[in-house]
Ligand binder design. Structure first.
Ligand code: A2H
Length: 255
């Protein structure tokens, strides 16, 4: 990775209903407390189009106590980084862990998606999630992220193989959020098709698509959905971020 600081937005996706396979984790949560999956995103302005949230089936996650009533689900690495930043965990350097589990145990959990047209979305598997950045939780926006688009495509096509229900993917329901001069209003779909990306494992092509999508979206994109419709992405990004933070649905997170 580069030397610069990444300004992520940590999104709070509240658990609505745990998967059957996550009952042990749920039992560690005190009465009256809520758990949140915490994806780290660089594109807060796209949150209107969240369709699911990804974890790696094989990465180790934890349930971390933030306050008496709030617990976070993320990687230990993510929790440690967050605990050393002001305003996230109340105590500097402290992120008490109450449960430890593999991502695959929480697949099928239903969470709330702040700002999204889909109020409730499912935790789904993404094999390319890395444990070396962010929180190892990635919210899925298939309109604007080529990785999210191709992973959703693959999950919908092979739902049974992945042990999920096809409806959980919401692949037929992709919302245009940003219009760009070069790729139209579903940038990720267009790039995946143009570059003939076949699978989430086409790493080189996906890196190319990601770069193209990011540049075009950020510098030339215009919002076509939400509270900042008509505004350039460059302007809307910080406005949507602030809106999420002010509502208590997100926080600033750098690494
Ligand atoms: B982005 P950078 Cl719409 N492993 O959020 C793999 N990918 C991860 C990750 C991890 N541990 N942690 C975060 N990410 C993803 C939205 C989005 C993102 C859109 C378009 C592009 C995009 C919705 N997913 O990222 O390596 C997260 O997905 C492409 C740059 O730190 C996060 O932002 O630059 C982004 O990668 C962070 O990637």
């Amino acid at each position: 990775e580069g030397v610069g600081v990444q300004e992520y937005t940590g999104l709070k996706m509240k658990v609505v209903k745990w998967a059957e396979s996550a009952k042990d984790i749920e039992s560690k949560l005190p009465q009256g407390a809520s758990a949140y999956f915490i994806p780290a995103t660089l594109r807060p302005e796209t949150m209107y189009g969240q369709t699911s949230c990804f974890v790696s089936p094989t990465i180790e996650y934890g349930l971390f106590k933030v306050t008496d009533t709030e617990y976070f689900v993320c990687s230990a690495r993510g929790a440690r980084n967050m605990s050393y930043q002001p305003g996230i965990f109340p105590k500097w350097g402290e992120s008490p862990q109450v449960a430890s589990f593999k991502g695959k145990e929480v697949i099928g959990t239903m969470v709330n998606a702040p700002l999204s047209v889909h109020k409730e979305v499912y935790i789904l598997p993404m094999e390319t999630v890395k444990d070396t950045k962010g929180t190892a939780v990635v919210t899925c926006v298939p309109s604007d992220s080529p990785d999210d688009y191709i992973t959703s495509f693959d999950l919908a096509k092979k739902a049974e193989y992945y042990g999920i229900q096809k409806e959980w993917v919401k692949f037929d329901d992709i919302l245009p959020i940003i219009d760009t001069p070069t790729y139209g209003n579903l940038t990720a779909k267009k790039l995946v098709e143009d570059l003939k990306i076949q699978s989430p494992k086409d790493a080189a092509k996906l890196a190319d698509a990601k770069e193209k999508a990011y540049k075009e979206g950020f510098y030339k994109g215009k919002m076509v959905y939400g509270d900042h419709q008509g505004k350039p992405v460059e302007e809307a990004k910080s406005l949507v971020r602030k809106q999420l933070i002010d509502a208590g649905d997100a926080f600033a997170y750098a690494e």
